[in-house]
Design a protein around this ligand. Structure first.
Ligand SMILES: [Zn+2]
Length: 435
């Protein structure tokens, strides 16, 4: 039997080029000037960081921009920018504790190449999108690109006034000068780099009714479809609050970009869909539920290591079935039976708690993760299962999580060891039978 991977072993094992262990970032302050037509970005990033040990130099992740200057604690620092890594050597070695870095950079943001195609800042037909998961953040700002290093964000974007700019958190400022408008957003809750986001387009905006404020931005021509398809989102939030615990952020923002998107994109406090995800008939409502559920599972509770991705995708996929069950559709058990049969008939299997970087976003992983949760629910009963979910989101709110923390919590709420169940579902390849 495969034993659980040791928590806390090598930070960036799945993406060795991304993320650094020797410091953490507490806040990112990004001032961005963006020209939509030529796709030209000029940025100043100020990072408030903490060194874990004395540092003679440190590294940031950043794509192929021209670097204007780098300041550390206000003093010019030497730097070397090579293959996505900006190595900074301060004039004087840093003591353990707080320090600041300022980086000025300009260029044409280009997606980070990956197994899943381009990631990060991408041009749309008339605007731009950020799809950062898992390693796209350095396409638009210098960062410590690992999911376990969560920080506050202030994002100020200046662009032509014809465009709406949407970023994470609260809109705290909007001012126009000449033909340009500056939009300032602040996200106070700790946010992983891949969930930082800027969306730019010619959007109309509306508010939806529900238990938390919901903003929606969309192309005017799609208004009827968008408002119809999101018509049950308020009810969905209420249902998930009951099942998962309080909604983790002050508001929820949905952007429907004016292009087709292969898949929806999650961001902190926000989800981004393409025109192909709104058919005017709620045909993609499961996706709306899935992305919303990521606000709890992925965004508030974020994996410390990518290998634990099932804690995001398995949970969000199970949330689709829970929404079905709670909104007059098929019960979760029916979805589970159907998907179990489909997965059992396929040739694929993997270790859910350590699938390997290439399988992070496989549909098999999503559905097997949902089935693992359904198996837990069947084994422990609804009461213990949903108490586990609420204790999970409460205990790790805005934190970092591992599979081992979840399995220990579930066993505690079950009042008995669940080692056999979890080793079969999470740490061994063959697909187990549903209990
Ligand atoms: Zn997802």
């Amino acid at each position: 039997m495969k034993t659980p991977p040791a928590p806390g072993s090598r930070t960036a094992a799945y993406f060795p080029g991304h993320g650094h262990d020797d410091y953490t970032v507490g806040a990112y302050d990004l001032e961005l000037d963006y020209r939509v037509g030529p796709n030209r970005l000029a940025g100043t990033a100020r990072l408030s960081a903490t060194a874990a040990a004395p540092l003679t130099r440190f590294a940031l992740d950043l794509g192929p921009f021209r670097i204007g200057r780098v300041l550390v604690d206000g003093a010019p620092a030497r730097f070397r920018h090579w293959r996505g890594t900006l190595t900074v050597t301060p004039a004087r070695p840093l003591d353990p504790g707080a320090f600041t870095v300022e980086v000025r950079y300009t260029g044409n943001p280009s997606p980070v190449r990956s197994h899943w195609g381009g990631l990060g800042w991408e041009q749309l037909t008339d605007g731009s999108i950020v799809a950062g998961q898992p390693t796209g953040a350095p396409s638009w700002f210098p960062c410590n690109d690992r999911p376990g290093d969560k920080a506050r964000y202030r994002i100020a974007v200046t662009t032509a006034s014809a465009y709406t700019v949407v970023a994470n958190g609260r809109l705290t400022g909007k001012s126009s000068a000449g033909a340009n408008t500056t939009w300032v957003y602040e996200q106070d809750e700790p946010t992983a780099t891949y969930l930082a986001s800027v969306q730019i387009g010619r959007y109309r905006s509306a508010e939806l009714d529900g238990p938390v404020p919901q903003h929606v931005h969309y192309p005017a021509a799609r208004e009827r479809r968008v408002l119809h398809d999101l018509g049950r989102q308020g009810q969905m939030i209420a249902t998930f609050c009951e099942l998962f615990g309080p909604y983790p952020f002050g508001a929820y923002t949905v952007v429907v970009a004016d292009d087709e998107l292969e898949i929806p994109v999650e961001a902190q406090g926000m989800s981004i869909f393409g025109t192909n995800h709104v058919d005017g008939e709620r045909g993609e409502e499961p996706l709306i539920a899935h992305e919303l559920a990521h606000q709890w599972f992925g965004n508030s509770l974020t994996v410390a290591h990518w290998r634990d991705i099932w804690l995001h995708e398995g949970f969000a996929s199970y949330a689709e079935w829970l929404w079905s069950e709670n909104s007059g559709g098929a019960p979760a058990s029916e979805h589970a039976r159907r998907w179990h049969a489909r997965l059992a008939g396929g040739s694929k299997d993997l270790v859910l708690a350590d699938p390997g970087p290439r399988h992070l976003f496989d549909d098999y992983l999503y559905k097997r993760g949902a089935l693992a949760l359904h198996a837990l629910r069947r084994a422990t009963g609804d009461d213990a299962f949903f108490r586990t979910l609420r204790a999970w989101t409460a205990g790790h709110r805005h934190g970092s999580v591992t599979t081992e923390e979840f399995t220990a919590l579930a066993a505690r709420h079950a009042g008995r060891p669940l080692d056999d169940l979890f080793s079969a579902w999470l740490y061994r390849r063959p697909l187990p039978q549903l209990p």
